[in-house]
Ligand binder design. Structure first.
Ligand SMILES: [Fe+2]
Ligand SMILES: [Fe+2]
Length: 189
């Protein structure tokens, strides 16, 4: 843990390390609450933004170096590319072979259909950690304590609304994540 934090401090800087440590706290709280494997949640949360500080140019260079096959939307956006690229990098740097941890990092920004509990927790913790502020966050925070799927549906709605307002591209995994939850009846009362 200490070694990871030292490496992180150098790679992502103090400010993003603060965010990362808040995500770890938040994620561990949710893991306890929802009886998820705390060790996996902790590692994934700690490393989720490993590739975040890289420029798009550097990200693309590494993507080629690792021969990562990324879709056209991901590859033009550092906001999206840092998930899958970060997962590949931490696999290399810290010898992490656990696919669930790597998936939690890969999909922490977009979400995806049928996420595991570890993936859900990392996605949500990143969304609601105490440093985040946006309208409606309190309701999502409260919901996350009782129902992860309902909280994720709210988070996805909020993300999609935000992207629509900005006129931005919406990654298809975000839509798949939302459709999946609706199909299994989340949000119906
Ligand atoms: Fe991120
Ligand atoms: Fe993050």
């Amino acid at each position: 843990m200490d070694r990871i934090i030292e490496v992180l401090k150098e790679r992502i800087g103090e400010k993003r390390l603060d965010h990362t440590l808040s995500v770890v706290d938040e994620a561990l709280g949710l893991a306890k609450r929802h009886k998820a494997p705390e060790d996996k949640v902790k590692i994934a949360a700690l490393l989720h933004d490993f590739a975040k500080n890289l420029s798009l140019e550097e990200s693309l260079r590494l993507t080629r170096e690792y021969k990562l096959e990324l879709d056209d939307v991901t590859i033009t956006n550092t906001e999206l590319i840092h998930g899958p690229l970060g997962a590949r990098m931490v696999k290399e740097y810290f010898n992490i072979g656990d696919q669930e941890i790597l998936n939690a990092i890969t999909y922490h920004t977009t979400g995806r259909a049928n996420m595991t509990t570890v993936e859900k927790i990392v996605f949500l913790a990143d969304f609601i950690e105490p440093g985040r502020e946006f309208e409606g966050i309190q309701i999502i925070r409260a919901k996350a304590l009782v129902n992860l799927d309902e909280a994720i549906l709210m988070a996805l709605d909020s993300t999609i609304e935000y992207l629509l307002k900005k006129g931005s591209i919406i990654h298809v995994n975000t839509v798949h994540a939302r459709n999946f939850l609706l199909r299994i009846g989340v949000g119906e009362s």
